[in-house]
Design a protein around this ligand. Sequence first.
Ligand SMILES: NC(=O)c1ccc[n+]([C@@H]2O[C@H](COP(=O)([O-])OP(=O)(O)OC[C@H]3O[C@@H](n4cnc5c(N)ncnc54)[C@H](OP(=O)(O)O)[C@@H]3O)[C@@H](O)[C@H]2O)c1
Length: 249
Amino acid sequence: MKTVLITGASSGYGRETALYFHSQGWNVIATMRTPRAGVLPESDRLRVIELDVTKPETITAAFEAAGPVDVLVNNAGVPSIGVFEGTPMARVRDVFETNTFGVMATTQAVLPQFRERGSGVVVNVTSSVVLGHMPLSAVYKASKMAIEGFTASLSLELAPFGVQAKTVEPGACLTTNFAATATNDASVDELVPAPYAPWAKKTMDAFTGQDLFTKESDVAETVWHAVHDTTGQLRFPAGPDAVWLAQAK
Ligand SMILES: NC(=O)c1ccc[n+]([C@@H]2O[C@H](COP(=O)([O-])OP(=O)(O)OC[C@H]3O[C@@H](n4cnc5c(N)ncnc54)[C@H](OP(=O)(O)O)[C@@H]3O)[C@@H](O)[C@H]2O)c1
């Protein structure tokens, strides 16, 4: 039976991906920075383990506890909506710690077992922001574009060992915790300096009023498809808005 380890499985796309792989008969290691009871169903094929991608000791401990893993899904991520001029560099670094360095650190932790076994898949969840030019997302987009480049190059150095790396690029979803985290963030006002405010409001209204959105299940199914794809495809848009952006490129 195959095993998938997923980061950020406490909610949203990560939780749905955990449920989907479980429903397909896989062993699931659902990792969370704060493990919580009741988030996922009880099952002898589903284990919840602590893993904060910004804390190397939790990454090491999680892989030790997990045992052999066939697929790593780097899903954990944080939003950052705001005008770059108003975004403190400390916040820029925080976003990169999770979205970029956290993905790299977790990937590095799984690679020895994948390379030694001659198999394994790393799926890095980025975003449809990498597919289009989206305002108010300079820092977030940079953190995710970095992972697109990272994954493309990594996939080449892993190929001789039979190990794969790919990205899943989800579109926007207003029903995960992500939008709430972004919009409830007390510092959003600070992140939009006054001269930018009218434009920023218009931009946000246009975003929330768009026609196409992604569902959690779109992402779970696309991660599943990416894991099983054997064509060498590197990037997998997930959800109708992401697919539309990819086709419009
Ligand atoms: N929703 C969207 O519109 C959208 C669009 C494109 C891409 N994405 C990407 O999709 C992924 C999942 O987002 P989502 O929409 O499902 O949002 P979500 O519901 O907020 O889920 C994000 C997950 O990441 C976890 N997380 C945050 N920081 C972490 C850390 N340092 N270590 C470990 N876990 C951490 C969160 O854990 P806690 O519960 O502890 O906070 C949560 O489980 C993210 O990578 C995001 O960038 C989202």
